[in-house]
Design a protein around this ligand. Structure first.
Ligand code: CA
Length: 234
């Protein structure tokens, strides 16, 4: 008798470099995940639709479709699935473009499989940990946030929050009125010390401000606490 067997969580890897595909899919299977691989952007988009993966790792340089476009196509179909971009580009502008296209996170090649796995484990730890009180809707300024649905409604406009946007907003809400340091945010949400960088937090705050603030350049709800981090004022 006992518990029903848990469905293995599926991770879709969209990547054309054979060494990375082999190394990563072996490591993911070893960790207990079901690893699906697509060698082209088109195949990746198809698998997203047919298999509904729990997490997507997306290479930026694919043989058929530019990774940013693949990301947008996936987001049009599934706005919520955690998506990490893998890329050789480390320029800040490329990173921001990836986040704009809907990526949750960014890993620059060459990366260590151990670090990437740590980050994937952190995502699933957060998905698995459900705090009922925090799953109730709350209001920040003109925005009504439903963290369970990863939705935000502001001036009758419905906006989807991506995985990390939602997690970051929940953490700031939980600690509203007090400063939360970037280090604590990285530790609690990304679950890995000094990886990704503090800039990641800043990029996600910028994305949240666009969705919540009347004027993102002069925020009134997600405030910068200089030298520390951020403070949410509902
Ligand atoms: Ca590639």
């Amino acid at each position: 008798v006992g518990e029903a067997p848990k469905r293995r969580q599926t991770i879709l890897l969209i990547e054309d470099e054979p060494d990375i595909v082999m190394g990563l899919s072996d490591a993911l299977e070893f960790e207990g995940f079901r690893a699906l691989c697509a060698r082209t952007g088109a195949a990746g988009i198809d698998l997203t639709r047919s298999e509904r993966p729990d997490c997507i790792l997306l290479d930026l340089m694919l043989p058929d479709i530019n990774g940013y476009h693949v990301c947008e196509a996936i987001r049009a179909h599934d706005p919520r699935v955690p998506l990490i971009m893998l890329t050789a580009k480390s320029q800040e502008t490329d990173k921001i473009r990836g986040l704009e296209a809907g990526a949750d996170d960014y890993v620059t090649k060459p990366f260590s499989i151990g670090e990437l796995l740590a980050r994937i484990r952190a995502i699933f730890r957060r998905i698995g940990r459900s705090v009922p009180a925090l799953d109730e809707a709350f209001t920040i300024g003109a925005a009504r946030v439903n963290p369970q649905k990863q939705l935000l409604v502001r001036h009758r406009q419905e906006l989807v929050l991506t995985f990390y946007e939602n997690e970051l907003l929940k953490l700031l809400w939980e600690r509203r009125g007090e400063p939360v340091s970037r280090d604590e945010i990285l530790d609690k949400i990304w679950g890995v010390e000094a990886f990704p960088t503090n800039r990641t937090v800043d990029n996600f705050v910028a994305k949240l401000r666009k969705k919540i603030e009347a004027n993102p350049a002069e925020p009134r709800h997600i405030l910068t606490v200089y030298g520390t981090g951020y403070k949410l004022v509902p």
